[in-house]
Design a protein around this ligand. Sequence first.
Ligand code: SD4
Length: 329
Amino acid sequence: MIKRRDFIKTSAALGVPTAAILSACNPNEANAKTVKGSLENAAKTPLVISTWNNKLANQTAYEIIKKNGSAVDAVEAGVQIPESDPKDQSVGYGGHPDREGNVTLDACIMDSKGNYGSVTYLQHIKHPIAVARKVMDETPHVMLSGDGALQFALSQGFKKEDLLTAKTKADYKEWLKTSEYKPKVNIELHDTIGMIAIDGVGDISGACTTSGLAYKMPGRVGDSPIIGAGLFVDNEIGAATATGMGEAVLRSVGSFLIVELMRNGLSPADACKEAVMRIIHKQSYKDLQVGYLAVNKEGDYGAFAIQPGFVFALTTDEETKVIDAISYI
Ligand code: SD4
């Protein structure tokens, strides 16, 4: 019997469109509707791409690349824009707290050499991505958590801050009236930034940072700081990042899966679509949002989400634009 991997490879070699390959592999594929946009997208490198409407973050990263900076420096600087934006209630300062009122942050960064640094459950530090970068560059480890991550950050000169704003304090007070926990698609799941950059020499890096789900249980860590789930980079192939319900992304190791599918010949968009299909084959998806974003070594990019409403920002030499991702529903 022909194996799926061989089938995809053989079919790709024969010029069979990847959508047809996926239909053959996914019995439910016939149900998938495309709402808007096109599946295949080519962009010139260098480029910066990120989840949601993060235009300013992209432009900040792209400026660094234009000055011959590296992709890793670009993504680290870029995602700091929403981290310090009090109006962004899913990332850094101004992020929604957990159900005990504490803002706890997850972030990771991965460079073109396969190095990776991550912090999980970090409190009181406005720029968790910069701490993740320090974990990558200055420690023998890849991940620091909770108090240990905070102590490390302080030892590196980061300042301890209150990350709650008047708005998130008021929202939390309101939430306490019912204490109902029900993440809302594209509202509470909004704005986590996963960013991928390809620099002037063609190297790829990525970063992902979030305050996680609003009113989550204390101690909860999502997909965003986990290698292969919220972010994965393979400089020979491409990179992928995720936003949405982290539990679903973690269970399916989504970003690693997408990079492996691209290695096997799928386009970024088709690889994202297949990763979404893996989730919805296994669980009810009516109230579930996951959005994937990927780019390959050539600079082709693509995205796919379960629900409508997921957008991503693309910056190239020509412009910065916000694009609607295709969705399953
Ligand atoms: C998480 N994936 O912690 C994150 C949430 C998210 O926009 O993407 N919010 O599960």
